[in-house]
Design a protein around this ligand. Structure first.
Ligand code: FMN
Ligand code: FE2
Ligand code: FE2
Length: 391
């Protein structure tokens, strides 16, 4: 698949895997994107996940026939992109790996790549392919410490690694059209919040570093190639990395017997009635098809208020909800308003503990929350008042 005479797409779609990193649901799969820069010399930029050897090598053969690959640029060592390095090195024994100093020990440790096979590059170094050349910019912690991007000035193309990536397979076109951004927007936010969300500051640093480039094509490692929506994609990353949000409520709850769930639903109805934007996520493990923590994180990156429901469980927070709270704190999320609710039977503890966790993350805790005994009823729980509080 040619993106231009010199740049070819050789990535693959994975619609088999159900959980990315064994953790994040993939309702519409994910793509592992790899690219060829074809000139007097040929560079392959990143590989794809193992299991796709045949498809990958077929795409490469279709693109360059029996020409040799001179360089394999390793922008990022996470195995979804690096796990076919050995496979490619075996097929192209003369190939040289292009990587930075932080990548080298990882190449050795994962794939026993001998040092003499590696051309070490640093910030702004250049590797000529003939009529065009590759340049490298380090973007540490987007999303590992060794991560870099590759810039091809003559094509105004940025090979951005995971940055600007998204969940979801790509269709045959690969390149975006006017509608693609809206189509992928939610999945892009979910990808960012799940995978990169912790690294807002490094993303900011990377965006500043790349802002001088006149980018016309973004080739990330997951999702569509961006040509027609670059400003939208970049400004979404700007916004997400600054943890910027709009007014609205992300309701997240877990419930064993439906009582905390009933309170969550009642709150959703009251928000709905007031036209307050909201999302609702059930974290209990029995709801196949739900996005769980993954979807909840996405919406915490959208809305300024988090309403968390948990029953009291062994004098504490219901474990799936505790996991979610941990995910919030590890993503260094700030500037959020917080409200807790939940059912108990003999002595409530979850709401107080949720509020303590929220306070420790510097969230603004709104009121003392709603800890209610046994069943949810309208008499016990004035969700209209809660909706007003969260307005
Ligand atoms: C394993 C387990 C542990 C519980 N621990 C407590 C507890 O420590 N204190 C309490 O008041 N209720 C406790 N409960 C009772 C629940 O909080 C109560 O059933 C609540 O209504 C469940 O809400 P839900 O319907 O939203 O799951 C526990 C229930 C279970 C199943
Ligand atoms: Fe990654
Ligand atoms: Fe990745």
């Amino acid at each position: 698949m040619k993106l231009s005479e010199r740049i070819h797409y050789v990535g693959v779609n994975d619609d088999e895997k159900s959980l990315f990193e064994g953790l994040w649901p993939l309702p519409s799969g994910v793509s592992y994107n790899s690219y060829l820069a074809v000139d007097e010399k040929i560079a392959l930029i990143d590989t794809v996940e193992h299991g796709f050897e045949d498809e990958f090598i077929a795409a490469i053969a279709e693109s360059i026939g029996d020409r040799n690959i001179d360089y394999l640029v390793v922008n990022h060592m996470e195995p979804d992109h690096s796990s076919l390095i050995t496979y490619i090195m075996e097929r192209y024994p003369d190939l040289q790996i292009v990587a930075n100093a932080k990548t080298l020990p990882m190449l050795k440790g994962y794939y026993a790549v001998p040092e003499e096979k590696v051309l070490i590059v640093g910030e702004n170094d250049e590797v000529s392919l003939g009529s065009c050349s590759l340049r490298f910019h380090m973007i540490p912690m987007v999303h590992w410490p060794e991560t870099m991007v590759t810039w091809l000035e003559e094509e105004k193309t940025l090979f951005s690694g995971d940055a600007f990536g998204t969940f979801g397979c790509v269709d045959e076109e690969v390149v975006d059209n006017d509608g693609t951004f809206e189509e992928y927007r939610d999945e892009m936010i979910r990808y960012y919040s799940n995978i990169v969300g912790k690294y807002g500051n490094p993303v900011q640093t990377a965006l500043k570093k790349l802002s001088g480039l006149d980018i016309r094509r973004v080739c990330s490692t997951h999702g569509p190639v961006w040509e027609n929506n670059i400003s939208k994609v970049v400004s979404l990353y700007e916004k997400l990395s600054r943890y910027e949000v709009e007014r609205g409520v992300c309701i997240v709850y877990g419930s064993m017997y439906g009582n905390t769930a009933a309170a969550a639903d009642a709150l959703a109805m009251e928000l709905e009635a007031r036209g307050i934007p909201y999302a609702i996520h059930d974290l209990a493990g029995n709801n196949s098809g739900e996005l769980g923590v993954s979807g909840a994180l996405r919406d915490v990156f959208k809305y300024d208020t988090v309403a968390v429901g948990s029953p009291t469980y062994n004098n504490g927070i219901y474990p799936p909800v505790e996991t979610f709270m941990k995910a919030l704190s590890s993503r260094l999320i700030r500037n959020r308003r917080f409200y807790a609710f939940g059912s108990y039977t003999w002595s409530g503890a979850s709401v107080r503990q949720l509020n303590e966790l929220a306070a420790s993350m510097n969230f603004e805790v709104l009121g003392e929350g709603m800890s209610f005994p046994q069943a949810y009823t309208r008499e016990k729980c004035d969700m209209a008042a809660v909706a007003e509080l969260l307005r």
